[in-house]
Design a protein around this ligand. Structure first.
Ligand SMILES: [Zn+2]
Length: 313
C-alpha cells in the first residue's frame, strides 16, 4: 500500500508539471478519449482536478499546439436538455431545487457570452447556446451506475416524449445526485461526453456527477460562489462538456494529435480574471446575475486558453 501511495504522488507531480508547461493532458485517467466501460464505445472524459484541492489555478498564457479539424460535423448552437437522476429534492446539502436552479441559470444564459463565443473560432460553431425548458427526472433507485446505464437513462428520457422530439441539435446532460456513484466518477474523471443513435437520431449526451462526492477531485474549490460547492463544481464541468460537444459532437471533428479536445487543453485552469469573494470563493464570470468559476477554453485562431473571446487569459 505504501508503494502505491508513493507512485500516486509521483504521478500527481508529473501531471502538475505538464499543466505548468501548458501541455494538454490526454493521458488515460485524465482528459481525453477512452473506451467506455462496456469496451464497445468511446467517451471523452474530463479528468480530475490535478491540483487535488487548494486555490484555483490561473494556468498558462502560452501558445498551445493547435487542434486539427478532422472534418466531422459540429453543432452551430447546441441546445442543452437536463436529465436529473437520483434525489435532487433534498432540503439541504447540494442536491436541492436551488442547486438545480443554478444549472438552469448558467446553461440558460451562457449562449453568446464572451466565454462561449470562444467556440465561434471553430468553423460552423456560432457561440450561441440555449436551454430547453423541458426536463426529465429519473428518481431511479440504482445507487451505482455504469456508462451503459447512462445511455439507458438518456434513451428512456428521449423515448418518454417529455423532452419533445429527439433533437439532433441537443446535448442531453445526465446530472446525478451526490448519493449516486458512477464507475470512473471521482476516481478517474468528473464527467464525459459522447453520442449514440437513439430513437433514430444522433443524440449527443453527457454525464456529469455531483462534485459533492469528491470536491478535491471534481471541484476547484470547496467554498463556492453560490454556497453549493457540489453544483458550482458541476457547472464548470458542464461548461467544458458543452463546448466539446459543440466542436466535436461525434468525436470526429476538432481534437489535437494527442486526442485532446478544445476544453481539454485548458482543463482546470481558470485564468487571471478570478475575483475573490468575502466568503473565500473565487469566480470568473457572471451569468444571469449569478457568479461562477468556470474553466477556460482554447481559442482556435490563437491556440491560447481564454476566459472570454479575445479576452483575459
Ligand atoms: Zn474534455
Amino acid at each position: 500500500m505504501k508503494h502505491r501511495t508513493i507512485r500516486g504522488r509521483l504521478a500527481t507531480t508529473i501531471l502538475a508539471a505538464a499543466v505548468c508547461a501548458g501541455n494538454a493532458f490526454a493521458q488515460p485517467g485524465n482528459s481525453g478519449k477512452q473506451k467506455d466501460d462496456t469496451g464497445a464505445g468511446d467517451i471523452y472524459v474530463h479528468g480530475k482536478n490535478p491540483k487535488d484541492g487548494g486555490a484555483p489555478t490561473a494556468g498558462s498564457t502560452g501558445t498551445l499546439s493547435s487542434l486539427i479539424n478532422h472534418g466531422g460535423p459540429v453543432m452551430s448552437s447546441p441546445k442543452s436538455y437536463l436529465i436529473w437522476y437520483g434525489n435532487w429534492n433534498q432540503s439541504n446539502g447540494s442536491d436541492t431545487p436551488s442547486g438545480q436552479a443554478l444549472v438552469r441559470t448558467f446553461l440558460g444564459g451562457i449562449g453568446g457570452t464572451p466565454y462561449f463565443m470562444i467556440n465561434s473560432t471553430y468553423g460552423g460553431v456560432t457561440g450561441g447556446a440555449s436551454l430547453s425548458p423541458l426536463e426529465y427526472t429519473d428518481t431511479g433507485s440504482a445507487k451505482r451506475l455504469s456508462d451503459s446505464n447512462i445511455k439507458t437513462i438518456v434513451t428512456n428520457a428521449v423515448n418518454s416524449g417529455l423532452l419533445g422530439a429527439p433533437d439532433p441539435t441537443g446535448v442531453y446532460f445526465v446530472l446525478t445526485s451526490s448519493d449516486v456513484a458512477k464507475s470512473g466518477f471521482c476516481t478517474q474523471y468528473c464527467g464525459w461526453h459522447t453520442y449514440a443513435t437513439i430513437a433514430g437520431t444522433t443524440i449527443k449526451y453527457s454525464f456529469v456527477g455531483n462534485a459533492n462526492r469528491c470536491l478535491n477531485s471534481c471541484a476547484a474549490q470547496t467554498i463556492s460562489p453560490n454556497g453549493n460547492a457540489g453544483v458550482d463544481g458541476m457547472i464548470s464541468v458542464v461548461a467544458h462538456e458543452l463546448e466539446e460537444a459543440a466542436t466535436d459532437p461525434q468525436l470526429n471533428a476538432w481534437y489535437d494529435s494527442t486526442g485532446a479536445e478544445n476544453a481539454d487543453k485548458c482543463a482546470w485552469t481558470f485564468g487571471s480574471a478570478q475575483t475573490l469573494l468575502p466568503s473565500g470563493a473565487y469566480y470568473s464570470m457572471t451569468v444571469g446575475g449569478k457568479n461562477f468559476l468556470v474553466q477556460r477554453n482554447l481559442q482556435a485562431d490563437t491556440n491560447k486558453c481564454y476566459v472570454g473571446l479575445n479576452g483575459q487569459q
